[in-house]
Design a protein around this ligand. Structure first.
Ligand code: ADP
Ligand code: MG
Length: 279
């Protein structure tokens, strides 16, 4: 297993976000503070509409912060006065991806680094791409077009593509939401292998509690809106992990703890009729 990345250290200090569409204030995130350690796999869970995507967007540079500060590796990246533009140092993978349909898998994956000029030559880019595609279980599909492979495979291509540009942190917003359970279990294995290989810092938003415990080292539970950190659970299950762990007592214990923490918040959100934004 690779060493954990020393980059992608996120510190959020008293972050508040108020949207103001047409003068109607929507208090999305409230006084939220947390830290993602370099090389950590953090999963964020919480009721719909509690501000998870908002938090990720502020880190990614898609959205402004109303109050408070976000730092990455000691550098201020977001505050009321400053917003670091989105860039290849913070790569985002969404639920609905965006591969170029007219480029093959390997062309999609190599496109970013070619534009960036981060590698010395095309051969080096291809070698790196093939290594990651192999770990993602896609080596036989490099010449296929996105529309001819399954949606689970498309998500994996996107993750590989995001890793190719050498991000400090990978930001994943419910990337596997639309996938069925069988497909998910395959993609989980590949994501964990990519994580073990690269040691990248990951922020992974999900509403699937089992997915959170299986993948993450740290789970953040958010309160209902306005969202803030309610509880942090360290998942002390050794890596590499395989699917057998999900029936262990330890795993079930973490699940119980997580369900208890999330349930109350979910009920509150439900009673208020919270909904997430359709993206
Ligand atoms: P989550 O990802 O946890 O489901 P979001 O971060 O998408 O929640 O949304 C948090 C709250 O902020 C919700 O009430 C949502 O309707 C609101 N919100 C999100 N984006 C915007 C926006 N661009 N303008 C106004 N309100 C927004
Ligand atoms: Mg969301």
């Amino acid at each position: 297993m690779a060493e954990k990345s020393k980059q992608g250290h996120i510190v959020a200090k008293n972050v508040t976000k108020i949207y103001d569409p047409y003068g109607v204030n929507i208090h999305a995130v409230d006084d939220c503070s947390f830290e993602i350690k370099p090389g950590d796999f953090m999963a964020m869970v919480g009721p719909s509409g509690c501000g998870k995507t908002t938090m990720l967007n502020m880190i990614a540079g898609f959205d402004t912060v109303t109050e408070g500060e976000i730092f990455m590796d000691g550098e201020l990246i977001a505050s009321a006065e400053k917003k670091l533009m989105p860039g290849p140092d913070r790569m985002v993978v969404f639920q609905l991806g965006a591969l170029f349909p007219w480029r093959t898998v390997i062309e999609n994956v190599c496109f970013g680094p070619k534009m960036q000029g981060t590698y010395s030559d095309e051969k080096e880019i291809k070698e790196k791409a093939r290594e990651l595609l192999r770990v993602a279980g896609l080596e036989e599909f490099e010449n296929d077009y996105p529309m001819s492979i399954s949606s689970g495979m498309q998500r994996r291509v996107e993750i590989v593509r995001a890793l190719m540009t050498g991000p400090k942190i990978l930001l994943l917003d419910e990337p596997f939401r639309a996938l069925d359970a069988m497909t998910k279990s395959v993609i989980h294995r590949h994501l964990l292998e990519l994580y073990d290989l690269t040691g990248k810092t990951i922020m992974f938003i999900t509403h699937d509690l089992r997915e959170a415990v299986f993948l993450a080292s740290t789970v953040f539970v958010m309160t209902t809106r306005p969202g803030t950190l309610k509880k942090m659970i360290k998942i002390d299950i050794p890596r590499p992990r395989n699917i057998d762990v999900i029936t262990s007592q330890k795993f079930l214990g973490y699940m119980q703890e997580l369900i208890d923490a999330v349930h109350k918040e979910a009920v509150k959100a439900f009673e208020r009729g919270e909904r997430e934004l359709a993206r």
